[in-house]
Design a protein around this ligand. Structure first.
Ligand SMILES: *[C@@H]1O[C@H](CO)[C@@H](O)[C@H](O)[C@H]1NC(C)=O
Ligand SMILES: *[C@@H]1O[C@H](CO)[C@@H](O)[C@H](O)[C@H]1NC(C)=O
Length: 349
């Protein structure tokens, strides 16, 4: 009797100790190891939200919905990954924008990919601010997008490439040019064939159905480099801020995001632009703030506020950090479904 009682007590104490040390370990684990734990978890899971709401047999499906195929590209809303290359999973640590990779985000319904492109010791790389903080091979990242649209012929993807230079770089010979990006694009198997090339600003953008039929499912934009619009861009290249306008991107605190006079203020882009991008992240990436601003209620009020403050222009891309937080793809599909319904009503009238 006494013996089993001792065993019981020591078992309880042991279990308690285990639990306490587990909690302590988790708290004091470096953030990157915690992200690794989180990533092995999500790795084994299928997305809990089914982005594609079409039946597998439905040919009349575009970006996961069966009523959006007749929307023009600039009438659709895209879930966007800000600095998509900079994921902890890909070796970015200090200042990483995401825990998990772009490849996984595509599975979860993200369809707009933003990357920073520049040279590191003369070699084209994707990095943020400094080559020291992490790099991704641009050919590798882009070839996974090509693979994805090959396997998912109903999906259309927007890529925006921001040209950057290493914070320590002063030699102009080490600053990337459009030609460096052309060389990268040409090195990606099958990418050029998938690129849609828009003739010019006066032409309406094609519908998702038209892009799908042509098999031109990737739209490539670039910025922070010489404008090529007047002299003619390389095939499939488009100056982003000729076609798009975007809200303030230098927000430092959650309070600044909540102040929509500031966060919804359009600070870049052309006044004839038809694409409207909303930047919804902080200058120093924060997982906690992402959990707040990527949540459905926040997105619903923030995106509507930004649209109202900008003459009712409908948003086309919402750019976020820490895509594993919140529910941007859910928000995007609800909006796109409504846009599809309204457009059908317009056509029936
Ligand atoms: C879209 O799919 C749903 C089922 O998921 C179906 O009820 C609806 O009729 C379809 N709409 C169109 C326009 O095909
Ligand atoms: C809006 O942006 C412009 C620059 O494009 C700036 O001059 C102005 O101060 C900004 N307004 C607010 C409220 O941030």
């Amino acid at each position: 009797m006494r013996r089993s009682c001792t065993v019981l007590i020591s078992t309880v104490v042991f279990t308690l100790l285990l639990a306490v040390s587990g909690v302590l370990l988790w708290q004091y684990l470096p953030e990157e190891s915690r992200a690794k734990v989180a990533s092995t978890f999500i790795d084994t899971e299928e997305p809990d939200y089914q982005f594609s709401q079409c039946l597998p047999t439905d040919a009349n499906c575009c970006n996961g919905l069966n009523n959006t195929c007749d929307l023009r590209l600039d009438e659709v809303l895209f879930a966007g990954l800000h600095n998509a290359m900079a994921a902890r999973e890909n070796g970015f640590l200090l200042g990483a924008n995401h825990d998990l990779s772009m490849e996984k985000a595509l599975k979860y319904g993200y369809r707009a990919i933003n990357v920073d492109f520049g040279l590191c010791s003369g070699v084209p790389q994707l990095y943020h601010g400094s080559c020291e903080l992490g790099t991704r091979n641009p050919v590798d990242l882009l070839s996974h997008i090509v693979k994805f649209v090959g396997e998912n012929p109903t999906e259309t993807i927007i890529i925006t490439v921001q040209f950057t230079k290493d914070s320590g770089e002063t030699d102009p010979a080490n600053i990337a040019t459009l030609d460096d990006l052309v060389a990268v694009v040409n090195a990606v198997d099958g990418l050029v064939e998938k690129l849609y090339a828009h003739p010019d600003l006066s032409e309406p953008w094609p519908t998702l159905r038209e892009l799908q039929t042509l098999g031109k499912q990737i739209i490539l934009f670039h910025y922070n480099v010489d404008i090529c619009y007047e002299s003619g861009c390389p095939y499939g290249f488009h100056d982003y801020f000729v076609y798009a306008e975007e809200t303030e991107f230098e927000l430092v605190t959650l309070l600044e995001v909540e102040d929509t006079t500031r966060s919804c203020n359009v600070t870049r882009g052309s006044n004839v632009a038809t694409f409207f991008g909303i930047n919804l992240f902080l200058t120093l990436p924060s997982r906690d703030v992402a959990a707040e601003v990527n949540s459905l209620p926040f997105l619903q009020s923030h995106v509507s506020d930004c649209e109202q403050r900008n003459e009712g222009n409908l948003a086309n891309i919402v750019w976020v950090d820490f895509w594993t937080q919140g529910e941007l793809p859910v928000f995007v599909q609800r909006r796109n479904h409504n846009r599809g319904v309204h457009s059908q009503q317009r056509h029936e009238r």
